[in-house]
Design a protein around this ligand. Structure first.
Ligand code: FAD
Length: 335
């Protein structure tokens, strides 16, 4: 266990926002979590932190941050078709995806290059290019901070949905390990439009999982700003899901509106399209801005305060509501 006091979080969040935390505790082994009992005061403000790629700090964090540095990978069981692997919460997500692929364990290739750690992957059920983490998660292991006990939650109890899970509600659960079941026989999913287009254009008709990873990395690099160079947290807002009648109303005014069918006769609209259509692409407010190529990505142009980025996001939210009658909700955790 490593404990630091009054520490800058600039290197602990992908927006690169410079705020301080009162205390940061890094946990390497699950047993160390038991020692937290004596360290957490009454009414203590707590935050579980991964790599900070989905968090916007708007002020100093006057509480205790707990972060896993456990990077272990363990094979638990194996048969002809699948393999069950346990991964420590502190492991970098993309390093895990690459490691698995190199071992011949497939399935996660579409989720290549998503920033963050294993421990946060179930929280918002990360997803990209037609796949979600929950397609491969079998069991999540957590420490209940309030009861000081270790628990395990099977996939069916995780309430996984679009960028959602039970872990968004149950803030007392610190995830320290996740079990994934991967495939041993290559079976790729290139149904997502951007991937289909990539392989049609490159003339590869039966891509291998490694080729899918390469494609996903190339597409992501061409579309998204590198958060190690320009502070950002990927998509700032979730794609709104609206009633069918509301969609028909919008279609009359905007015949070019992109849309996807969602559950229960609802329609999903790309938030980036709404923001771009409302004229926000490339706009700035001081050092906070909307990316010039990706309207869904808010950026720190240099020394932006978290509150400035949050103010810009609120201005956008109000404007989208005024223009389209649609409320956007942040995908990023604003603290
Ligand atoms: C450039 C860029 C592109 C992105 N693209 C995508 C994408 O394609 N798809 C996608 O889904 N996301 C994407 N994201 C968002 C981000 O990568 C994911 O949300 C990721 O899972 C965050 O991981 P993290 O470790 O940085 O979590 P953090 O930002 O540190 O935390 C995220 C949330 O998880 C909680 N948490 C963290 N660790 C734990 C733990 N051990 N136990 C319990 N709760 C915990 C935190 O309290 C917080 O609520 C992108 C981000 C960036 C910067």
């Amino acid at each position: 266990m490593k404990i630091q006091h009054h520490i800058s979080l600039k290197d602990y969040n992908s927006f690169g926002v410079d705020v301080n935390a009162r205390e940061l505790i890094e946990i390497e082994k699950p047993e160390e979590l038991l020692e937290l009992k004596d360290k957490i005061g009454e009414n203590e403000q707590l935050l579980f932190l991964g790599e900070g790629s989905n968090i916007l700090f708007t002020k100093n964090f006057n509480g205790l941050i707990i972060k896993s540095t456990d990077e272990h990978i363990e094979v638990l069981e194996e048969n002809e078709d699948t393999i069950l692997i346990a991964a420590g919460a502190g492991l970098n997500w993309d390093n895990f995806v690459e490691f698995c692929l190199n071992q011949g364990w497939h399935g996660l290739e579409n989720l290549s290059l998503i920033p963050g750690s294993i421990g946060s992957s179930p929280v918002q059920n990360i997803g990209a290019y037609g796949i979600e983490a929950c397609d491969f998660i079998e069991e999540v292991f957590a420490y209940d901070i309030t009861k000081s006990e270790f628990i395990s939650i099977f996939k069916r109890e995780c309430e996984f949905g679009y960028r959602n899970s039970i872990f968004k509600k149950r803030k007392e659960l610190f995830i320290y390990k996740v079990n994934f079941r991967l495939k041993k026989k290559p079976e790729v999913n290139i149904s997502y439009t951007a991937l289909k287009k990539y392989f049609n254009e490159s003339g590869i008709y039966n891509p291998s999982p490694a080729e899918v990873r390469k494609a996903v990395i190339e597409i992501r690099r061409s579309k998204l700003p590198d958060h190690t160079k320009i502070g950002n947290a990927g998509s700032f807002f979730k794609n709104p899901v609206i009633e069918h009648d509301k969609f028909l109303e919008l279609l009359l005014k905007h015949p070019d509106i992109p849309h996807y069918e969602a559950e229960n006769n609802m329609v999903k609209i790309p938030a980036g399209w709404l923001i771009e259509k409302a004229g926000w692409k490339g706009k700035t407010r001081g050092e906070a801005g909307v990316h010039k190529d990706q309207a869904l990505v808010l950026i720190n142009l240099g020394g932006a305060k978290g509150s400035e980025i949050a103010d810009l996001s609120e201005e956008i939210r109000l404007d989208i509501n005024k223009n389209f009658g649609i409320l956007l909700y942040p995908e990023v955790n604003i603290l």
